[in-house]
Design a protein around this ligand. Structure first.
Ligand SMILES: [Mn+2]
Length: 413
């Protein structure tokens, strides 16, 4: 039977990929335990929730493992103590080689970030980017998981609204409304009476019936639970919320975490204004070390975003922030590696120069610079990017990035 997706899409390369990976999964999943490794923001949490619904419907034994970043020490630790098969979701697209190295059985990567293809009997990637479709614009990880899960069990359609929440969590409504495959899933959610659309000026808002609230109010709370509340396992509440809505206890927790973030961000701004902000020719950077503890490392990215246009910042310099990765990962245990998360952002003015092609984007600079100091880039876009490096390599990273910019400037002059 043709689904709504097939009916409206000319190029079926992506749907063929869904079929191929779903078949591989069904072949492997018989009785095996399934370990779901997912990201800790709203999209990652919604992805995990959709997979949880699928795995329960199949009667699988499963575990949800929430992580912030993919790096060798954590992947090794996840695989060394677990049997069964693995699904990495909303992360891992660029880490297929690393994941293959530690996989004894089979790993699936269901991600919408840029991915590196791999020919392997152990690792299978489902990623729209590998079919020439932008995962940043047209397919959230939760939409992708929804399409995958529904291909295996059509009953998953009762959770279409969770995919809408994830897409909004990743700001896929930034052009006025969700697009592409996100839109196909939205249409299903509307058809099944789960979601209604409200038009507000030039923007659509998605009203989620089960929550009696809008997706753009709900999704940030899921991210707060998962990211600000990472070390206290707030993501477990967030998964619960996807199926049951908020209750008073969880709303209180969200509020407390929002207040914690506000206090920590104020302290960090004071630190930057009082000598914490360092400058090179093209870069302004800072190292927060464990200043944001007990918040997860998404915090440094949100912080860069918050300060990027503040008056004490230079309008024409790249922004690089570092935050230590907590050595104790709640679902995984103590990690035998000291890492620092790198967040890159740009002030709006420099952003315009980059979009006009007159300055290098972070999608080039961050992966290159992290490679030069032995680190790993993960999520990379032109105006926002992240990586991990060894603690102690922060200054080397900034110098490497500065050299890359200098080389480019010399080429063009
Ligand atoms: Mn995502």
């Amino acid at each position: 039977m043709a689904t709504v997706f097939e009916a409206c899409i000319v190029d079926t390369k992506f749907l063929d990929l869904v079929d191929k990976v779903a078949e591989k999964f069904l072949k492997r999943e018989n009785g095996d335990r399934v370990n779901v490794v997912h990201h800790n923001d709203a999209d990652g949490i919604c992805s995990a929730s959709i997979l949880k619904a699928l795995l329960e419907s199949l009667g699988c034994e499963y575990e949800l493992i929430c992580i912030e970043k993919v790096y060798p020490a954590i992947v090794e630790k996840i695989h060394e103590s677990r049997d069964g098969i693995f699904i990495y979701t909303d992360l891992g697209g660029l880490a297929a080689d690393m994941i293959e190295k530690y996989t004894k059985t089979v790993s699936f990567i269901i991600d919408h970030h840029p991915a590196k293809p791999i020919e392997s009997e152990k690792v299978y990637i489902l990623d729209p980017e590998l079919a020439g479709i932008s995962g940043d614009v047209f397919v959230s990880a939760s939409t992708l998981n929804y399409i995958f899960a529904k291909r295996i069990n059509p009953d998953i359609s009762k959770y279409a609204y969770i995919a809408v929440l994830g897409a909004v969590g990743d700001y896929h409504d930034r052009y006025g409304g969700v697009l592409g495959f996100d839109r196909c899933v939205l249409d299903e959610a509307i058809e099944f009476g789960q979601v209604k659309v409200k038009f507000e000026g030039a923007k659509e808002r998605y009203y989620i019936e089960a929550f009696d609230d809008f997706a753009d109010n709900i999704a940030p709370k899921l991210t707060t639970l998962g990211a600000c509340g990472y070390l206290e396992r707030g993501y477990e509440d967030a998964v619960h919320v996807c199926f049951n809505g908020f209750n008073e206890r969880i709303l209180k927790r969200v509020k407390r975490l929002e207040e914690l973030r506000e206090k920590k961000f104020k302290e960090a701004i004071d630190y930057l204004k009082n000598g914490g902000l360092q400058k090179t020719k093209h870069i302004q950077w800072f190292d927060l070390k464990d200043m944001f503890n007990p918040m997860g490392v998404k915090a440094v990215g949100e912080f860069c975003e918050l300060i990027k246009d503040m008056t004490f910042m230079d309008m024409d310099k790249y922004i690089i922030g570092f935050q230590w990765i907590p050595p104790l990962v709640p679902d995984v245990g103590e990690i035998d590696w000291k890492g620092s998360k790198v967040s890159g952002r740009v002030p709006t003015q420099l952003g315009r120069t980059i979009l006009h092609g007159k300055a290098l984007g972070l999608d080039y600079l961050i992966p290159k610079a992290s490679e030069m100091v032995g680190g790993f880039a993960d999520a990379t876009h032109r105006l926002a990017a992240a990586a991990v490096v060894d603690v102690g390599k922060e200054r080397d990273f900034v110098e490497a990035m500065e050299r890359l910019i200098e080389d480019e400037t010399a080429k063009n002059s």
